[in-house]
Design a protein around this ligand. Structure first.
Ligand code: GLU
Length: 433
């Protein structure tokens, strides 16, 4: 089984979506199940409703899964496992106060060394522990760092070897007995029989901790790992919440199609013969081990290009926007000159607004009268000739105000195409200009 393990703590980031997509594809390729595990163990950071939002996004993108679980539902197992580690002396009770720890952290910072736990509580006798507990001293449970280094091979990044010092004696149960991320994750990957973990490379240093925990519990199955390179913004910095395009919700609101976003995210850092494809097509040729090790740079222009390509396939825009079918042809014209659904809709909405531009106000009035006074049964050529003859306007002074009367823009689609598409309702529109 593979898993996608989002935290319900904020808007879904494109990096997370990319992780979800790759997990889905590989689960399909390997004929394994996909679990969605909502990592809601950090109560303070959870945001209500974000879990539902994540699941809705997965549905929107056609990412099908077999099961959804909430990590907090496994607290009793996490507690049992912590107890098991305590009993086998692979974990210990730690009474160091938060103040003590932050002083040590500060000290390490000043010495420009990474912070590591001092080991102070590691060798307390059971009597001392009992005494402290009796005196209601708050405590956490720490995992005892392993004796040997932890090695693993990442499917994308290759071999790793982490020294015990790098793993450290880290906290597994907080003072309120809730598990920390590393502990809950290590246990849950074990109990759901996960075969391969695909996640962002920001978790690379967590992997040896999670492997060490399972080793200490005697779990023998080897879980494979693939850590995806981060996505950089246009300035070459890690894409953060401050970059609008990092939010899946923002991209959808901007009118990027889910098909185009997933196409883009699969393409990012890959090199395929084909550039335009659907998620289902990618299942056929995607190869996890061939993803580039280097960080991938987000390029909105490329995404726009792909969006345009995927928009070509939409032939029922009126339905998509919930407007009268009569406007379909006009929407298709706007589609050809837009990169996003939002742009199409903006152009469409503008058609129904009053003209406010003053440059050709006079010319518009002249042409408007001419159009409204006659039947529009003629072809565009005949229509154009009639307007030219009767108004004696020509060139820019004819075409700019005419286009404004049609779509409220001086520049844009061919007037002939607009005329042909809008003929049945043109008078109604022009009347309101
Ligand atoms: N909840 C973690 C995250 O959203 C999951 C990491 C993992 O896949 O283990 O980053």
């Amino acid at each position: 089984m593979l898993r996608f393990a989002p935290s319900p703590t904020g808007d879904m980031h494109i990096g997370n979506l990319r992780v979800a997509i790759f997990n889905y594809i590989v689960a399909r390729q390997r004929n394994e199940k996909l679990l969605i595990r909502i990592e809601d163990t950090d109560k303070q950071r959870n945001i209500e409703g974000k879990d539902k939002e994540i699941l809705d996004i997965l549905d929107t993108f056609g990412i099908k899964y077999d099961q959804v679980v909430y990590q907090s539902g496994n607290f009793h197992i996490h507690e049992q496992m912590a107890k098991k580690l305590l009993d086998s002396k692979k974990a210990f009770v730690c009474f160091c106060t938060e103040d003590e720890i932050s002083i040590e952290r500060e000290k390490a910072k000043l010495e420009k060394k990474p912070y590591r736990y001092s080991g102070k509580c590691e060798y307390l006798t059971s009597k001392e522990v009992e005494e402290n507990i009796k005196n209601k001293k708050p405590f956490v449970i720490r995992f005892k760092k392993p004796q040997k280094s932890v090695k693993f091979k990442d499917l994308i990044k290759g071999e790793f070897d982490f020294e015990p010092f790098e793993i450290d004696s880290f906290v597994i149960l907080r003072a309120d007995l809730t598990p920390t991320y590393n502990f809950a994750c290590a246990i849950d990957d074990m109990i759901y029989d996960i075969s391969l973990v695909i996640r962002g490379e920001d978790h690379l240093s967590n992997t040896p901790k999670q492997i060490a925990l399972r080793n200490a519990l005697g779990y023998e199955k080897e879980i494979e790992y693939a850590h995806l390179p981060i996505i950089l913004n246009e300035k070459g910095k890690k894409m953060s919440k401050r970059d609008n395009a990092s939010s899946v919700k923002w991209l959808l609101n901007e009118g990027f199609l889910p098909e185009a976003i997933s196409n883009y995210l699969i393409l990012l850092g890959n090199n395929f013969e084909k550039e335009i494809f659907t998620l289902e097509e990618a299942v056929e040729f995607f190869d996890l081990s061939k993803i580039s090790k280097a960080p991938a740079k987000f390029d909105i222009e490329k995404l726009k290009f792909l969006n345009k390509e995927h928009m070509k396939k939409i032939d029922n825009l009126s339905k998509k926007f919930g407007v009268n079918e009569i406007y379909e042809e006009l929407l298709q014209i706007f589609k050809n000159e837009s990169s996003t659904l939002k742009q199409i809709k903006e152009k469409f909405d503008k058609v129904f607004e009053k003209s406010t531009d003053l440059e050709f106000e006079k010319e518009r009035e002249i042409i408007k009268k001419e159009i409204l006074e006659n039947e529009l049964e003629e072809s565009y050529e005949e229509f154009k000739k009639r307007i030219q003859n009767n108004t004696s306007l020509k060139g820019k002074n004819l075409f700019m105000p005419l286009r404004e009367l049609l779509i409220n823009e001086k520049h844009g689609a061919e007037i002939k195409d607009l005329y042909d598409a809008m003929k049945p309702y043109l008078k109604n529109i022009i009347k309101e200009r």
